[in-house]
Design a protein around this ligand. Structure first.
Ligand SMILES: [Zn+2]
Length: 121
């Protein structure tokens, strides 16, 4: 899929929640597939979502790390635990959240998406 078409679809499909007659289409299926399989479309999509979340992706090792931290950054004082979070960033640590009702996590030393070393040890 060309990036110009992907951007057009993004405008249509990014306005959630989508009605069933929109997401049950071949166009939506091609759009979702392009996020995972087309590097230009995927990178552009990740940058848009990261920017919308107010995150500076340049602070992280890769776009996917920054993208997957979006849910972690949604945690608030009132709701400190976000069960949709798959990775957390606490000061210098990165980790896999343990969803047991607390805010503990398993520290990781390398990015699960790009493999770069994460923490200063
Ligand atoms: Zn990375």
């Amino acid at each position: 899929m060309k990036l110009t078409l992907f951007k057009k679809y993004f405008k249509t499909f990014n306005d959630l929640p989508l009605p069933g007659d929109v997401w049950q289409t071949a166009e939506y299926e091609a759009y979702v597939e392009a996020i995972g399989l087309n590097k230009d479309c995927g990178d552009w999509y990740f940058k848009q979502k990261i920017k919308d979340a107010g995150i500076n992706y340049k602070k992280y090792c890769c776009l996917k790390m920054a993208y997957h931290l979006i849910e972690d950054k949604k945690a608030t004082l009132e709701n400190p635990i976000n069960y949709d979070s798959v990775i957390t960033h606490k000061r210098i640590d990165f980790g896999l959240p343990i969803h047991d009702g607390g805010n503990s996590y398993i520290k990781i030393d390398f990015c699960p998406w790009c493999g770069k070393k994460l923490s200063v040890t």
